[in-house]
Design a binder for this molecule. Structure first.
Ligand SMILES: [Zn+2]
Length: 74
């Protein structure tokens, strides 16, 4: 048996439990934030699985951006 620092063992355990947690929810529910300049990858925890943004501020920002784009068009 190899000796490992306790921190490394804990980190490995946490990584595994996080991975299992994600698997339980479904890996296909990992999504990228719909805001182009935001690169956050989030785990969709909504019931519908239709979460598009990593956070509410991003959702608001994209709503404002789309609103402006619509005004430019017509
Ligand atoms: Zn975002």
């Amino acid at each position: 048996m190899t000796r490992q620092p306790l921190g490394a063992v804990l980190f490995a355990l946490i990584s595994v439990s996080t991975a299992l947690h994600l698997l339980g929810r479904g890996m296909h529910r990992l999504g990228r934030c719909a805001v182009p300049e935001c690169t956050v990858i989030f785990a969709d925890t909504s019931r519908t699985g239709r979460q598009r943004y990593c956070s509410q501020p991003c959702a608001n920002r994209d709503a404002v951006r789309r609103h402006r784009a619509n005004r430019m068009v017509g």
